[in-house]
Design a protein. Structure first.
Length: 131
């Protein structure tokens, strides 16, 4: 299980998911749509659609649909990585292994802020030399 805590570097207070998403110009629904699109792209890149018998293809589609389900997307946890990019922790369902695993996905796109946000660590300024 992953937990993400978004904390303001300025105030030390926890930042709500809603406030975090607003920094990227996203509403909750916009976030879910972006997360779903990026998750589908990640799934299809990681698990190529099998050219196998119909029952395997059917299972593949079932796992893809479960991965992209509203229930799964609404459980995605947003966080800002050290580079200031909006990312998520989300569950991906697969045909093999444990059946599912958590995945970290970078959602950064056109809506990403160009300047550091108040919860991104900003290095201290160098003191001016007196000389």
């Amino acid at each position: 299980t992953y937990r993400a805590y978004n904390v303001s570097a300025k105030t030390g207070e926890k930042i709500s998911d809603e406030a975090l998403l607003q920094q990227f110009g996203l509403t909750q629904d916009g976030f879910y749509a972006l997360a779903q699109a990026e998750l589908e792209a990640k799934y299809r890149a990681e698990y190529k659609e099998p050219q196998l018998p119909a029952e395997i293809h059917e299972e593949y589609m079932e796992m893809l649909n479960h991965t992209l389900s509203e229930e799964n997307i609404r459980q995605a946890v947003p966080y800002i990585d050290p580079g200031g990019d909006l990312c998520i922790v989300v569950n991906i369902y697969s045909l093999a292994g444990a059946g599912s695993h958590y995945c970290l996905i970078n959602l950064t796109g056109e809506s990403a802020p160009k300047e550091p946000s108040d919860n991104t660590e900003i290095p201290p300024e160098e003191p001016e030399s007196t000389g």
